[in-house]
Design a protein around this ligand. Structure first.
Ligand code: F6R
Length: 274
């Protein structure tokens, strides 16, 4: 995994924007997977700013959000769909038909989950999946104990997730947070071509350490990303405090490959091969 440790959350947002913009504009990522929550807000601000400056174009981008609360109508101000409209979709030139969301009011959960998986496949799969991480290591809403091969499914939220999301979405009232959600599975996330994980704040430090340096375990579903060949993790200093291999991550940070190629070219010249 590529691990980029930034000074603060603003720097995380800028670094993430650079990556997303590059992938979208070179045509590599026209199908995006997106998270909600406090972590991606800076990235969404950057995407809106970049769109207004003409740096990024969403006209042929399709998006799939990771999750939605069960029982939540899309127009409900607490729904993830509403969050995305407010923070990103209403401010850029994405076509509404290209926005895919799980239906929290579906009468047939299995069918809805299958529909979502089929829609992803019909567009050729997710090219770049952006994820945040829960304090308990969840990606999407894949709480501890979720199968690492799971597909889109119904999940019962962990108490720590309910508490965290009450803070953000429900004025602190845990009673108002739905107990259940629909979420892409860990296997669904692993199927994407590339994953971009963002994490900010000290409350994520333990989960991040487990994800990067712990064993692969369903007790921290983000650890399954160790099996994915193309993951970039962008962290702020606070989220990186527990990492044991920080120095090494700095050594393999962007720029490392260019340095290696330069070194190799010089060695080849010296050996008379060029
Ligand atoms: C949200 C999602 C979750 C969040 C995670 C972190 O769509 O899939 O996994 O990314 O709960 O949330 P924040 O960013 O609010 O700390």
């Amino acid at each position: 995994m590529n691990v980029i440790i930034c000074k603060d959350k603003r720097a995380v947002a800028k670094e993430a924007y650079k990556l997303v913009r590059q992938r979208v504009m070179c045509g590599r990522a026209k199908v995006l997977g997106l998270p909600t929550g406090s972590t991606p807000q800076g990235l969404y601000q950057e995407l809106v700013r970049g769109f207004k400056k003409g740096e990024i174009d969403f006209s042929d981008v399709h998006t799939f959000n990771l999750d939605e609360y069960i029982g939540m109508a899309p127009q409900d101000p607490h729904s993830y769909r509403h969050f995305m409209d407010e923070h990103l979709f209403s401010h850029v030139n994405i076509k509404w038909d290209n926005v895919y969301f799980l239906d929290g009011l579906t009468a047939d959960i299995d069918r809805e989950c299958a529909r979502y998986e089929e829609a992803i496949v019909s567009l050729g799969g997710i090219k770049l999946q952006v994820v945040g991480i829960g304090r308990d290591g969840h990606i999407g809403f894949n709480e501890p104990g979720t199968s690492l091969t799971s597909r889109t499914h119904m999940i019962t939220l962990a108490q720590s997730t309910i508490a965290d999301n009450a803070r953000l979405f429900f004025g602190g009232d845990e009673e108002k947070v739905p107990r259940w959600a629909l979420s892409m599975g860990v296997g669904t996330v692993l199927d994407s071509d590339e994953v971009l994980m963002l994490a900010v704040g000290a409350s994520k430090a333990e989960a991040i350490q487990g994800m990067l340096e712990g064993p692969i375990t369903s007790m921290n579903t983000s650890s399954a990303l160790q099996l994915h060949p193309n993951v970039t993790v962008i962290l702020d200093e606070a989220a990186a405090t527990r990492l044991k291999y920080r120095d090494y991550y700095h050594r393999i940070a962007p720029g490392n490959e260019e340095a290696m190629l330069k070194y190799l070219a010089a060695a080849r010249r010296k050996a008379g091969l060029e």
